[in-house]
Write a protein that binds this ligand. Structure first.
Ligand SMILES: [Zn+2]
Length: 439
């Protein structure tokens, strides 16, 4: 029993039966909704005339409006001297931390944290790291300067709360970071998938193998992590690599357990709905794709009710060998902002990443550019191999890549090879998909 409970950060919450879990979430939702209506100008307007008592089942949630990223941007354009506009849910005197969104999809949103709201985020992250096997014996290296971006701060404080030893790796270049990992014998990393692969490449050039550095586990953040990329990272680092899904606004709301097969929704901290992508008026069934709508039930400094994450995930069968009872989903299979029609075919860039990482490890960077040629959409794929290939090898690879992509996406790609080192390298957020058709 002793050993078993060590598997969980909170054995009671993580194994609560489903019925109790949903009941608890709905109860907390009503409380949270009342709080948001009372304390946030955004929700005073948005939820006007709706009584929290009307929400008795998950289906009842569908009566409430969604909150889009754009709603948050608009709510922050105001003369408010606090800079947070209509989003603030507390007296500004209690704000203890400033964060902001990355602005990948538009103007960044400023996010205020009170000490209490921040501790709630840290507690969620303790669950995530514990689930990924982080323990008090780990020395965790974080190879970034985190600036105002939230995920690595959350990981930093949560690792500390678990009892790990945390080493911030900002203000070093990649070589310096690799040397540091070796020098201090780090055992775990918080990383972005792209940077994890890049570090392994740089290590090779330095004459060391990432595999030999003694990293046992890596928690990824910042980007979707297709299964093929995750496996590639595991191979490169000889480590267990874990995925999670989250965002600056709602916090991290799903994460991988030791099974490394799908992700658990972080119940009961979040009430998550996976909705039909077209209509958003019904929850999808097991096995179906849908868009995740998330209510973080403990975010008081910045209340968010039914936040539309735009993350497309697949609802999985419930139940898991790890013993957790929370709902399971796939990793992010696409983003509604990236999901686009090309020549009438629904396309998501994650599909290209999946194919390249799984089948063609010799390709280390890529970029997809969609543009109009006359009235036709055209997809150009720039590929960067690990080292220069001869013309013949290049042609052979080109036709294989084109064929596999055609099978996966039903689309034809124009392929162009670049010299090693030409394509941009990303650390915190990659931008490998460019849709120039609207320009
Ligand atoms: Zn599990």
């Amino acid at each position: 029993m002793e050993i078993q409970s060590r598997n969980f950060w909170n054995p009671v919450l993580e194994t609560l039966d489903r019925e109790r879990l949903v009941e608890l979430e709905l109860k907390n939702f009503r409380k949270y909704m009342a709080y948001a209506k009372k304390n946030s100008l955004l929700y005073q307007k948005k939820l006007k005339g709706i009584d929290p008592k009307q929400i008795q089942t998950k289906k009842d949630l569908l009566k409430l409006p969604l909150t889009d990223k754009e709603d948050l941007r608009l709510a922050q354009i105001s003369e408010d001297p606090t800079i947070y506009g209509d989003l603030l849910g507390i007296d500004p005197v209690y704000i203890s931390d400033f964060r902001q969104t990355s602005g990948t999809t538009g103007k960044p949103v400023y996010v205020p944290e009170s000490y209490e709201s921040w501790q709630w985020r840290v507690e969620v992250w303790c669950h995530i790291l514990w689930m990924a096997g982080f323990r008090e014996t780990d020395r965790v290296f974080i190879p970034f300067g985190y600036n105002v971006y939230v995920a690595f701060w959350e990981g930093h404080y949560a690792a500390q709360k678990i009892g790990c030893e945390v080493v911030p790796g900002g203000a070093l270049d990649t070589k310096g970071r690799l040397n540091k990992i070796r020098e201090i014998k780090a055992t775990a990393l918080l990383n972005t998938p792209t940077y994890g692969l890049h570090m392994a490449q740089v290590a090779k050039k330095m004459g060391i193998t990432a595999k030999d550095l003694g990293i046992k586990r890596m928690q990824c953040a910042g980007e979707p992590l297709p299964q093929a990329t995750r496996k590639m990272l595991e191979k490169n680092w000889n480590a267990e690599v874990y995925d999670h899904i989250g965002g600056t606004e709602p916090c991290a709301w799903a994460a991988m357990c030791s099974d490394r097969n799908g992700l658990h929704i972080m119940e009961p901290f979040f009430l998550v709905e996976i909705l039909d992508m077209e209509t958003r008026t019904r929850e999808v069934e097991e096995g179906e794709l849908g868009v995740a709508v998330v209510t973080p039930l403990g975010r008081h400094s910045f209340p968010l009710v039914r936040f539309n994450t735009n993350d497309v995930v697949r609802k999985s069968k419930s139940g898991c060998s790890c013993g957790r009872t929370s709902m399971k989903i796939s990793g992010v299979e696409g983003r509604m902002d990236d999901l686009t029609k090309i020549r009438g075919v629904l396309f998501t860039p994650v599909a290209v990443e999946e194919v390249l990482r799984k089948r063609f490890p010799v390709i280390i960077e890529y970029e997809i550019i969609v543009q109009k040629k006359g009235i036709m959409d055209e997809i150009n794929l720039r590929l960067e191999p690990e080292q220069e290939l001869g013309l013949e090898k290049q042609r052979e690879l080109e036709s294989k890549v084109r064929e596999k992509l055609k099978m996966r996406t039903n689309l034809r790609f124009n392929i162009q090879f670049e010299k090693p080192g030409v394509l941009p390298r990303y650390t915190l957020k990659s931008k490998r998909f460019k849709d120039l058709r609207g320009l």
